[in-house]
Design a protein. Structure first.
Length: 242
């Protein structure tokens, strides 16, 4: 857990002091339970430090035990590690596939921290591949979840990645792209459930987008929201829906 904390804080050297040989020690002790969080954290740290051969060896052993257990959360974390390894090798299409497969295993967000970490990795990889728009969307989704969880270190990592995306930001006050899209759909009269379907996110995430959009724009109703965005608000109602 100390290693995970240092990883979240971005201190890879400190994380490595705790995680450097954790998988090796677990294997030597005959402890092969893939649900132990140390596996994914140690692999991610090794990848970030450029020890790809070590990470690859650990991941291959970890994946064997993951297949035996067939647990969605362990499979999802292993796929995230596989995506990170592919991204480190500059094999971005393979990385995107692994990350998307990981996210597909938890479509309802039962494991929000794991989902947010995968979105963060996906956004980072898309930024590295020059896919700015897609990178921003993934990172903004990750940030919403991490802020809802009250996970400041991970949330700051998402913000740092967003700051690294160059180019002109989409128009619309200080809204992020996903906040602006959610707000624009809300102003047309769509209910949160319909907005969630359009953006392929959960209703809870839509609520977070709209809450932040209302606060940033200084509005309280959908009529006011429509005026601020330059479009008339439509039914179903004029009440704030977040």
């Amino acid at each position: 857990m100390l290693g995970r904390l240092e990883l979240a804080l971005g201190d890879l050297a400190a994380a490595d002091r705790y995680l450097h040989d954790l998988p090796g020690r677990l294997l030597s002790a005959g402890y092969t339970d893939p649900t132990a969080s140390g596996w994914a954290d140690a692999i991610e740290t090794s990848i970030a430090l450029g020890r790809l051969d070590q990470a690859r060896g650990w991941l291959e052993q970890h994946e064997r035990h993951v297949r035996r257990l067939a647990s969605p959360i362990t499979t999802a974390s292993a796929l995230r590690c596989r995506g990170l390894l592919a991204a480190a090798d500059r094999k971005f299409e393979a990385a995107f596939t692994a990350f998307e497969r990981s996210l597909a295993l938890d479509p309802t967000g039962r494991f929000p921290l794991e989902r947010a970490r995968t979105l963060l990795c996906l956004g980072t990889a898309r930024r590295q591949a020059g896919q700015k728009r897609a990178a921003r969307e993934a990172l903004e989704q990750a940030l919403v979840i991490l802020e809802q969880l009250g996970a400041p270190p991970w949330a700051e990592k998402a913000r740092a990645e967003l700051r690294r995306i160059s180019g002109r930001r989409p128009p619309g006050a200080t809204l992020t792209e996903m906040e602006e899209r959610a707000a624009s759909l809300a102003a047309t009269g769509l209910a949160n459930k319909e907005i969630a379907a359009a953006l392929v996110v959960s209703e809870h995430t839509v609520e977070a987008y709209l809450t932040r959009a209302y606060r940033k724009l200084g509005v309280r109703t959908r009529t006011q929201l429509g005026r601020r965005l330059g479009q008339p608000a439509k039914p179903p109602d004029d009440a704030r829906q977040t």
